[in-house]
Ligand binder design. Structure first.
Ligand code: BES
Ligand code: MN
Ligand code: MN
Length: 460
C-alpha cells in the first residue's frame, strides 16, 4: 500500500469528506423517539448507498425495530488474510433541551474557535456519525488509490445503540455467521486528550431499570390528606438515599460480586497518565471528587461499578406551585458494570432491595431498559500493537491504553458469541458534549481520525 499517496488523497479530499458527513448529520435519526422512524430509515439508506458506491454488497436489513446496514466485500479474497468487521451506529440521542443549542442540531456547521481551530457542530457530529465516517472515508481513500482494501472488511451499522439495542439480540442470533470475522473494529470511543490518541482496553457494562412507586389511588390535596396519607415521593427518596453508604459504596447486597481489584501495576500505569481532580472535574464546574472513597478518578470511571439515578419525578413539577401528594413517584436508574458482574443477577438484587423497602399500602413496579455485561480486551492481543503503531505515527505521540466508562453493548457479543476481540479506536474528546446540547467533533479528530484508520488498515 502506498500510504503517502493515501494520506495525500485524504488531505486533498477533506472538503468532500465533510460534505458527505454533513449530509448524514442533516438526518435526525433519533432512535428512542418513534416520531423519527422515517429519519432512522433514511440514515440507514444513506449509509447503505454510500457503501454501495464504494463497491460493497450493501443492504438494509429489517429488524423488529430500526433497520441495520450490512455491507460485505464484493470479491472473495484468499483465506489467509484476517477479516475485519467494522461496527458503528447511525442513531443519535434526542436533542432536548433544544433551547440550550446555539443553532438547529440538524443543521451541521463548522465553527472557528478563538485559537483558530475548527469544530463541527451538530447532533451526532461525534457520537457516532463523525466517528464512523472516519473509517468509511479511510476506506474510500484506500480504494481510490489502491483499487482494493488490504483485507476484507464487513460493515455493520446499527440504529438502536442509543436506545439499548432492543432488536439486536434477535438480529445477531439470525445473522451471526455472516458477521464472523477475525477481528472487530469500532470507532465510538475517546482520545486521552486533544493531542494524544487512545485505544480502549475496556468498556463498562450497563443495566437500566425504571421504578414506579404507587401509594394512594389518586393525587391528593396535601393539606387535606398530608400526614396520614403516605407520600410516594418520600418513599422513593428514602429508597434512593439508601442505595449508597457514607463511603460512596453501593449497598445492594451482592453488588460487588465479580468485581476484581485492579492490579497494582495497572493502577501505577494509570497514575502515570497524570489525571487529577482539577483536570477531570474543573471543566464540568466541579472541584471535589464524589463517589467511592479511596479510589482514584480513573479507577472509579474505568474499573469500578456505579449506580446512578438518571431521572426522578413525581407530583407537580410544572411552573409555579401546587400543593399535592401524588399517587405515584418514578425514577430511572442505571448501573455501570465491570469485571464479571452479572446483569440479570444485579437487576434482581436491586429489585429485591427496593421491594423490601416499600411500606404498607404502597406497591412498586419495574421496567427493564436494556442490559449488557462489561468487556475487557486482552493486553497481549496482536492487533493492539498494529493499532498503537499506526496511531503513534499519525499523532506523533505515544498512544494511551485506556479504560472507558461508557458502554457499547454489542462488543461483548463480538467477544462471547463470535470469539472476536475488538480494536476500539476513537477520537471523541471530553468536551465534545456527547449526548448534550451543542455536540461537536474537532476538525482535527475528523481529519486525523481518517488518516489514523488509513494507517491501521494499510498496516494489515
Ligand atoms: N459512544 C458511546 C459509548 C461511549 C461513551 C464509549 C464514552 C466510551 C466513552 C455510546 O454511543 C453510548 O452512549 N452508549 C450508551 C449505551 C446505552 C444507551 C446502552 C451509554 O454508554 O450510556
Ligand atoms: Mn456511540
Ligand atoms: Mn452515545
Amino acid at each position: 500500500m502506498n500510504i503517502d499517496a493515501i494520506l495525500k488523497r485524504i488531505d486533498d479530499n477533506l472538503d468532500e469528506s465533510l460534505e458527505r458527513l454533513f449530509a448524514l448529520l442533516k438526518i435526525p435519526s433519533i432512535s428512542t423517539d418513534p416520531a423519527y422512524d422515517a429519519d432512522c430509515r433514511a440514515a440507514a439508506h444513506w449509509i447503505k448507498d454510500d457503501l454501495a458506491a464504494l463497491g460493497f454488497l450493501s443492504e438494509v436489513r429489517e429488524t423488529d425495530g430500526k433497520p441495520i446496514v450490512l455491507a460485505f466485500p464484493a470479491e472473495a479474497t484468499s483465506d489467509d488474510k484476517p477479516k475485519v468487521l467494522f461496527y458503528g451506529h447511525y442513531d443519535v440521542q434526542p436533542v432536548d433541551p433544544l433551547d440550550l443549542w446555539d443553532e438547529d442540531p440538524f443543521a451541521p456547521r463548522i465553527v472557528t474557535r478563538e485559537d483558530g481551530s475548527k469544530i463541527i457542530v451538530a447532533r451526532g457530529a461525534c457520537d457516532d456519525k463523525g466517528q464512523l465516517m472516519t473509517f468509511i472515508e479511510a476506506m474510500r481513500a484506500i480504494l481510490a488509490v489502491e483499487g482494493r482494501l488490504p483485507v476484507p472488511v464487513t460493515v455493520l451499522i446499527e440504529g438502536e445503540e442509543e436506545s439499548g439495542s432492543p432488536s439486536l439480540p434477535a438480529f445477531f442470533a439470525k445473522t451471526m455467521e455472516e458477521l464472523r470475522c477475525d477481528a472487530a473494529f469500532v470507532c465510538d470511543t475517546g482520545m486521552w486528550d486533544p493531542e494524544t490518541p487512545a485505544i480502549a482496553m475496556s468498556l463498562r457494562g450497563l443495566v437500566g431499570d425504571e421504578i414506579t412507586v404507587k401509594c394512594s389511588n389518586r393525587d391528593l390535596h396535601s393539606g387535606q390528606f398530608g400526614g396520614p396519607a403516605r407520600n410516594p415521593n418520600h418513599v422513593l427518596a428514602a429508597i434512593i438515599a439508601a442505595l449508597h453508604d457514607e463511603t460512596g459504596r453501593v449497598t445492594v447486597p451482592g453488588f460487588y460480586e465479580g468485581v476484581a481489584e485492579v492490579p497494582a501495576e495497572t493502577l501505577a500505569n494509570w497514575d502515570s497518565l497524570g489525571m487529577t481532580a482539577e483536570k477531570f472535574l474543573g471543566p464540568i464546574g466541579l472541584k471535589t471528587p464524589a463517589g467511592e472513597e479511596g479510589r482514584t478518578i480513573l479507577e472509579q470511571v474505568w474499573a469500578r461499578p456505579t449506580l446512578e439515578v438518571n431521572g426522578m419525578w413525581g407530583g407537580y413539577t410544572g411552573a409555579g406551585f401546587k400543593t399535592v401528594i401524588p399517587a405515584e413517584a418514578h425514577a430511572k436508574i442505571s448501573f455501570r458494570l465491570v469485571g464479571d458482574q452479572n446483569p440479570d443477577k444485579l437487576r434482581e438484587a436491586f429489585r429485591a432491595f427496593v421491594r423490601e423497602r416499600v411500606p404498607a399500602d404502597c406497591s412498586v413496579e419495574f421496567k427493564a431498559h436494556g442490559n449488557g455485561p462489561a468487556l475487557t480486551i486482552p493486553d497481549d492481543w496482536d492487533l493492539l500493537e498494529v493499532g498503537k503503531t499506526a496511531l503513534d505515527a499519525e499523532w506523533g505521540k505515544a498512544t494511551a491504553m485506556v479504560g472507558m466508562g461508557g458502554s457499547i453493548p454489542i462488543v461483548h457479543d463480538f467477544k462471547h458469541k463470535l470469539g472476536m476481540d475488538t480494536l476500539m479506536i476513537g477520537f471523541a474528546l471530553e468536551d465534545d458534549n456527547v449526548h448534550s446540547p451543542n455536540e461537536k467533533f474537532n476538525m482535527s479528530s475528523f481529519h486525523k481520525g481518517i488518516r489514523s484508520w488509513a494507517r491501521v488498515l494499510a498496516a494489515l
